[in-house]
Design a protein around this ligand. Sequence first.
Ligand code: UT7
Length: 319
Amino acid sequence: MGVYVPNKILTNNDLEKIVDTSDAWIRARTGIVERRVVEGDTATSDLAVLAAKAALEDGGVHIDEVDLILVTTSTPDMIFPSTACLVQKKLNSRGAAAFDMQAACTGFIYGMTVASQFIETGMYKTVLLIGADAFTKHINWKDRGTSVIFGDGAGAFVLREADKGYGLLSSYLAADGSGADLLKIPAGGSYHPGSEESVREGLHFVYMNGSEVFKFAVRIFPEAVQRALDKAGLTVDDIDYLVPHQANIRIINSGIERLGINKDKVVINLDRYGNTSTASIPLALYDLYKTGSLKRGDVLVFVGFGAGLTWGANVIRWY
Ligand code: UT7
């Protein structure tokens, strides 16, 4: 696996200077201290490529061995072509299939599930799964409900068949489109194409009803973990590490309290990166991975939630 975050750090104190907020409020209400932000014309594909290169190097896999490049993102470089095709071009890969998937902050959970299907069916041997988002490109910095939580980053896995009983054991995926208006970028698609009016009204910025999304996240977090564990025939006690979507420390604390999981088993790095959407789960996992803490046989649970509304969980036995 591999990850990439931009070099530029935006601290809570920096935000205090551009929007009506405070370091104390952001820390207390979200747990975030700083986040990484892209600069200039850096796009999502640039983050994705650097994470992908790190993952390929880590696995000792050459790009020509990759059968499918699957990018999960809700901040693609452009509407089309897919960011996956732009990544393919930058990686000098030819012939591999390439497409994007969009499940917002649940993207990595959906992507892991879809990528593994191609391997399980025998259609592909090697899948490059990348979760990359550059949310700060779509933030209205004067909107304190969104500007304080999002950051940019990317994470990637090179996926191949594992020994029986290892790898992805189960997935639980869910969605409720009736919550579509709670978190969105309204303009730029076929409903509200970019126009003078869309820019004037700020419809190309991220809009979020934070408190409603918060309530939804708190409700589905323990349920998603439990359902994925049930499908794998495991219990909460079997979890070695829980890797949750890094949206808000209060959501994570509520979820683990209701599940009865000890905080030592929960990977948290939102203080340094904020909410990087689909990249947050691989970025958090990488913190464990790079310290050599993961052992073959460890049971990991990923849990995510976000726009759509979408949510889900993966249970993985580390290989
Ligand atoms: O990743 C995908 C899914 N996204 C999420 O999971 C995000 C879920 N939502 C959240 O994390 C939280 O709703 C936020 C962090 C976005 C907001 O926190 P909150 O505790 O829900 O705040 P709120 O919107 O209920 O506002 C509470 C108070 C209000 O003041 P009054 O009316 O009580 O005087 C807000 O005006 O906090 C105020 N407030 C702020 N104050 C300083 C809201 N945002 C800020 C801010 N700085 N950035």
